[in-house]
Design a protein around this ligand. Structure first.
Ligand code: GMT
Length: 381
């Protein structure tokens, strides 16, 4: 198959999922074309089946807001036409689903049929998408897609709750390339972070409000009173200065390390003992899956699709959003007993294995075949 993939080429979860899926499909013999405004972060090597087409947005003094969506639609028309793609798979509805719809219509006027699959990732529905600023276009473009997938059952039900959806939504969970995450913990690294054998607590995110990183710091403060520990914060984003300020106020400066954006997050995860994810809303929680793949149990909120991944009392614990005391209590329970911690770690890894890319990639592959067949059948009536 010749597959076009559209995504945000950033460190965000949807971009990571799109890139890893594209790489796996290419390894499986498909020709994969990424169409994005810059090289996706994890696509920094050569493969004969991988292609990259940059979307350039030309500016003009009249534009306060350069029309990215039009530039993307035009590029999609160009790549589909020239490369004769079989299917377009767009990740994150805004503005990718509507750009794909526009490209599809232009191509249809030339007699070309390009089936479009839209994968809903999270805030494209739960936060940004349901806002009236975008809602009519998001609703329309989801309904016009030839196939729609959501990364969790919870996101599917939110989509049906907030939008009038006529299309069937297929749940295909996020995944992980376990081979990438099965690193041995680097002892020297662990020693440098926790020289006295302190437990290592970790959080990775884009530090947006929705992630509630302040809760991470407050939960850690309570853990630190009972269990000697260090907190690693990987990532960056708009809330960073507030979080730094809170660490100073709570006098945690010596026990909290800000690591910035990391390419090889698995190196940090593989030396960690506990992952904190107290998000306000989270359609899936890919960061938690990455941690579990490195044998790290998770204490999280019970928001959105997280309960479909983190299993209460098995791979970690789930508390209500904002229940700092409850999260701290559960974190201490896991960390204070060495044998118990070991059991949680084993079970976290076993759960992560259920989401290996070797299981999920073929699900997407057969979904593409189904969508292409359905779209062709529709044309012939
Ligand atoms: O929706 C977002 O906030 C952005 C998106 C991303 O691009 O990082 O994150 C969402 O998609 C991820 C990949 O499917 C999920 O693992 C995240 O849970 C989800 N984020 C939220 O729902 C807040």
């Amino acid at each position: 198959m010749k597959i076009g993939i559209v995504c945000y080429p950033t460190f965000g979860g949807s971009g990571v999922v799109a890139t890893e899926l594209g790489k796996a499909l290419a390894d499986h013999g498909h020709q994969v074309h990424f169409i994005t405004y810059s090289q996706p972060a994890r696509l920094d090597f050569f493969s004969e089946n991988l292609f990259y087409h940059e979307v350039t947005v030309s500016n003009y003094p009249l534009f306060d807001y350069p029309p990215y969506e039009l530039a993307l639609a035009s590029r999609l028309v160009d790549v589909v036409r020239y490369e004769q793609l079989d299917i377009l798979h767009v990740h994150y509805a805004i503005p990718h689903a509507s750009a794909a719809y526009m490209a599809k219509q232009i191509l249809a006027s030339e007699g070309l049929n390009i089936p479009v699959v839209t994968t809903l990732h999270g805030t494209d529905i739960t936060l940004v998408g349901k806002d009236m600023t975008y809602k009519p276009v998001v609703t329309f473009s989801i309904n016009q897609s030839d196939g729609v997938t959501a990364v969790s059952a919870n996101l599917k039900s939110d989509t049906c709750k907030y939008f009038e959806i006529q299309n069937e939504i297929r749940v295909i969970p996020n995944f992980i390339d376990l081979s990438r995450f099965s690193h041995r913990a680097k002892d020297h690294f662990k020693k440098a972070i926790a020289p006295n054998g302190e437990k290592i607590v970790v959080h990775t995110s884009n530090f947006r409000k929705v992630k509630r990183v302040q809760d991470v710091v407050r939960v850690f403060a309570a853990i630190n009173e009972r269990v000697p520990s260090k907190l690693l914060l990987a990532g960056d984003g708009p809330e960073r200065t507030h979080i730094e300020q809170l660490c100073r106020e709570l006098n945690l400066k010596d026990d909290v390390r800000f690591l910035g954006k990391l390419d090889a997050v698995e190196e940090i995860l593989s030396v960690s003992d506990l992952f904190l994810l107290p998000s306000e809303t989270e359609s899936f929680g890919l960061a938690a899956l990455e941690a579990m793949a490195c044998k790290v149990p998770v204490v999280s909120s019970n928001a959105g699709g997280i309960p479909e991944l983190n299993v209460e009392g098995v791979t970690g614990f789930l508390n209500d959003v904002g229940d700092i005391e409850g999260m701290a209590k559960n974190a201490i329970y896991i960390l204070e007993d060495e044998a118990r911690l070991k059991e949680f770690k084993e079970r976290a890894l076993n759960r992560a294995k259920e989401f290996d890319i070797s299981i999920i990639m073929p699900v997407y592959e057969s979904y593409y075949h189904e969508v292409i067949a359905r779209s062709r059948a529709k044309l012939s009536v």
